[in-house]
Design a protein around this ligand. Structure first.
Ligand code: HEC
Ligand code: HEC
Ligand code: HEC
Ligand code: HEC
Ligand code: HEC
Ligand code: HEC
Ligand code: HEC
Length: 236
């Protein structure tokens, strides 16, 4: 866990940034990264500098160019501490972050609230602000994927559990960044019932022969997987 380095600069602590970047500093105590401390004896509250690098030269120069790191230009800053995430963007199907077309900050809040826009599982509800102050996690995706927003006459209720119940947001070995490649994806919520020997029922419909024809969302079965304007069984 090493923050970015800047030759000749030292940590000054987040309080020093307030003079010139008032708005960002004001909200920052609610941010996931605000808790981070610099290593060493006189550990400073390095929050801002965990991503922007030690700020002494920047502060002393009154904010001169090239004295501080701006992670918008490169995700490498983030990978210094989140190395395991880097590999996810190398998987065969991924958001083009390493290609420079999407940035970590499109989906993550660096300065305010939960780093995962809309809230991750581990973030206290009190800080999330009850979901009103910040975008929900799906809203983040809709910024670029408007088609999945609907409105649908027949919405697939799975969307309420979040896009990430079916998609790995960074990347996946599976097409369309799906978390699973085949029926397993759908069967984690739609249980198979074995009411009659040798037959497989899903939602009281005999699926025994269907399951051999392809995935649930291909083969002309449930192709409108996000929602349908036409049929409640999400056929098209
Ligand atoms: C004395 C005033 C001053 C202080 C203190 C200050 N900055 Fe800045 N900072 C500026 C100015 C001026 C700019 C350039 C104009 C702008 O982007 O607002 C700037 C720009 C930046 C940028 C954008 C740089 C870029 O290349 O795009 C970042 C990031 C930044 N500051 C972070 C910090 C952090 C972190 C601290 C505290 C460690 C800090 N600043 C303290 C004045 C200051
Ligand atoms: C989790 C990493 C992270 C932390 C912690 C962080 N920043 Fe940033 N900062 C970013 C990223 C990413 C960008 C570029 C995207 C953006 O502008 O939101 C940025 C952009 C900036 C900018 C330039 C753009 C602008 O809005 O003016 C300033 C100034 C800045 N940060 C100051 C701060 C200050 C001050 C703190 C602490 C109070 C801080 N940052 C903490 C990641 C971080
Ligand atoms: C200096 C190390 C460091 C840097 C640099 C850093 N992070 Fe983090 N990040 C952490 C730590 C540590 C946590 C866990 C904080 C906690 O839970 O208290 C974290 C948490 C997160 C989380 C929330 C994880 C969760 O499960 O809730 C996200 C998302 C995240 N970081 C994204 C980023 C992004 C994007 C950048 C670059 C703009 C970045 N981080 C830069 C150390 C860092
Ligand atoms: C397309 C949106 C998107 C982009 C781009 C993105 N993330 Fe995420 N990230 C998410 C979502 C959504 C989650 C929460 C996943 C969940 O709840 O299962 C997450 C979770 C995380 C976590 C915590 C869980 C974990 O996997 O460790 C970290 C850390 C993180 N992201 C870092 C990053 C960094 C660093 C970048 C840029 C290199 C980045 N993310 C780019 C959407 C994105
Ligand atoms: C800043 C814009 C942006 C955001 C935000 C965003 N995406 Fe994407 N998404 C893209 C781009 C760009 C691609 C690559 C499209 C391509 O390669 O044709 C993509 C591709 C995808 C694909 C694969 C599509 C395909 O045809 O293979 C899925 C699935 C996806 N995104 C889901 C999500 C989810 C889920 C979220 C929210 C966690 C999200 N996206 C947030 C821009 C975004
Ligand atoms: C129930 C599982 C599930 C959920 C939840 C889900 N998706 Fe999908 N998504 C799929 C499947 C399956 C495909 C592949 C469809 C295909 O290849 O025909 C897909 C494909 C996509 C594509 C590629 C374009 C397309 O329509 O084929 C995008 C973009 C996408 N999803 C975004 C999202 C977003 C954004 C959300 C959240 C609002 C979301 N998905 C929620 C299962 C899901
Ligand atoms: C995260 C959980 C979840 C996942 C994953 C999921 N679903 Fe659903 N699905 C639901 C819920 C909840 C409903 C509404 C209640 C019900 O009908 O069971 C629903 C309803 C449906 C319906 C409408 C059923 C009816 O008779 O009205 C179809 C069709 C469907 N899902 C197909 C799929 C397909 C195909 C997949 C895999 C791509 C899938 N589901 C994955 C949760 C999920």
């Amino acid at each position: 866990m090493a923050p970015p380095s800047i030759p000749g600069a030292e940590f000054v602590g987040s309080g020093e940034c307030a003079t010139c970047h008032e708005a960002i500093t004001r909200d920052f105590p609610t941010a996931t990264h605000a808790r981070l401390k610099a290593p060493g004896d006189n550990a400073k509250n390095m929050g801002c500098e965990s991503c922007h690098g030690p700020g002494s030269l920047h502060v002393k120069s009154g904010g001169a160019a090239h004295t501080i790191v701006n992670p918008l230009r490169s995700p490498e800053t983030c990978f210094q501490c989140h190395l395991e995430v880097r590999a996810q963007f190398d998987l065969p199907h991924h958001h083009p972050v390493l290609e420079g077309k999407v940035s970590c900050a499109d989906c993550h809040n660096p300065h305010k609230g939960d780093a995962i826009k809309g809230g991750g599982a581990n973030f206290p509800q009190s800080i999330k602000g009850g979901g009103t102050a910040l975008l929900s996690q799906n809203d983040t995706c809709f910024q670029c994927h408007a088609a999945q927003r609907g409105p649908f006459v027949f919405e697939h209720e799975a969307l309420r559990e979040g896009c990430v119940s079916c998609h790995s947001p960074h990347g996946s070995v599976n097409q369309r960044m799906l978390t699973q490649r085949n029926q397993t994806l759908c069967l984690k919520c739609h249980f198979q019932q074995q009411t009659v020997a040798g037959k497989i029922y899903i939602a009281d419909v005999d699926h025994s022969s269907f399951l051999q024809q392809g995935t649930c969302w291909s083969a002309g079965c449930h192709e409108a997987v996000h929602g349908s304007q036409v049929t409640p069984v999400l056929r098209y």
